[in-house]
Design a protein around this ligand. Sequence first.
Ligand code: GCO
Ligand code: MG
Length: 412
Amino acid sequence: MIIDKAEVIVTSPDRNFVTLKLTTDDGLTGLGDATLNGRELSVVSYLADHVVPLLLGRDAHRIEDAWQFLYRSAYWRRGPVTMAAIAAVDMALWDIKGKAAGMPVYQLLGGASRSGLLAYGHASGKTTEELFDSIRSHQEQGYRAIRVQTGVPGLKSIYGIASNATFEAMEGVRYDHEPAQRGALPNEEDWDTRAYLRHLPGVFEAVRNEFGPELPLLHDAHHRLTPIQAAKLGKALEPYDLFWLEDVTPAENQEALRHVRQHTTTPLAIGEIFNTVWDYQQIIREQLIDYVRSAVTHTGGISHLKKVLDYAAQYQIKSGMHGPTDISPVGMAAAMHLGLSIHNFGIQEYMKHGARTDQVFQQSFTWNDGCLHPGDRPGLGVELDTDEAGKYPYVQAYLPYNRLADGTVHDW
Ligand code: GCO
Ligand code: MG
C-alpha cells in the first residue's frame, strides 16, 4: 500500500474538472476531486509542483497522518487552493482504503445512518411563469426539494437565472446550471439590492400559492446583502417557511450573522466558500447557522469535513453539502458517503452533470424518489476513463462578477 504514482488529470467535458489519481504499488487506485471553479490551474500547480513529490513512497493507509502532514508542514495554512489540494489527497486515500477493505467508504465511516439522502435541485426563471415551469420540470425529474431563484425586474443578468441569450452565448450550456462562462475574461452582471428585496417575497408567495405548503423551498442570496438587509429578507420570507436561506452576507464576517439571527427565524445556511473548521468556529459555537454548506472538495476532504460536521452536531446544526456542477462526480460521491454515515445529515445539493461528464466519470450512485445513494462498490464508486478525459482539454472559464448601476464592484 505504498503510493508509487500520483497523476493530476484536467478534463473539460462540460466544464473543467481537476482530479488527482493515486496508484499504490499493489495496483489499487484512488480518485480525489480538486476542482476550484474559475481558478482550476492554481490547484493543478499546487498539487503537481508541491504535493505529488511528497506523496510518492508514503503509506496509503495513513490518511490522518497524510492530512496533518500536508496541512502543517506547508507552514502556510488554509485557503481554497491548499484545502482543495489536501481534499483531493484525502478523498483518494479513502477511495483506496475502501477498495483495500472491499467496502464502500460509508461503511468505513460508521455505516449508513439512513437509506438515502434527500437532495434539492435548482429551479430558476426570469419570470414567474418560467420559474413555475422550471419547478414542475424538477418535480418531474424526481426532486422533492427545490431551490428557487428568480429574475429581478430592471436587472439584465443575475446569479443563478437562465436566459435564452446566455443559453445561446454558452453554446447550449445552461447558465443556471453552470455560471462559469468559457472565454478569456469574466462576464459582468448587474445588481440592485433594493429591487431584489422588493421583488423576492412576492415570488415566494406566488410559489407557495401554486405548489402548496409541503414542498421544501430553498433560496441563495449569494453573499450580496449587508447584515441588516439580510435580516429584513429573512423576516419578509418567514410566512413562506423556507427550508433555508443561504449565504445572506459575505461569509468571512462571521459576526454579521448575529444581527441576522436577532431578527429572523428563517433557517440560515452558509459555508460553501469556507475551507476549514476555523471558518466555522464562531458561527457554530454561537449557533448562528442551521446548515453547514461546505463541500468535501473545498474543505480538506472527508476527514476534515467530518470533524466540522461532528462539531456542528453538538449544536443541532446539520449538513447541507455544496453540490453544484463544479463539484466533480468524485467530489459528489465523497459527499454522499459522508452524508449517508453522519447522524446530522440535513440535505444534499444535487445538480445533474452533463452526459459527457458522466462518460468521463463512471459512477455507482443511484437517484430514487428524490434521494441519492452512493452505491455499494468498494471505495468511492467512481472510475475515471482517461481516454474519454483526454478528449476534452482545459478551457479557460471565469465566474462572473457584479457591478452596481454607478459602476461599483459588488459581491456576486
Ligand atoms: C450553490 C452555489 C454555486 C456557486 C458555484 C460557484 O449554492 O450551488 O452558490 O452556484 O455559485 O458553485 O462555483
Ligand atoms: Mg450557494
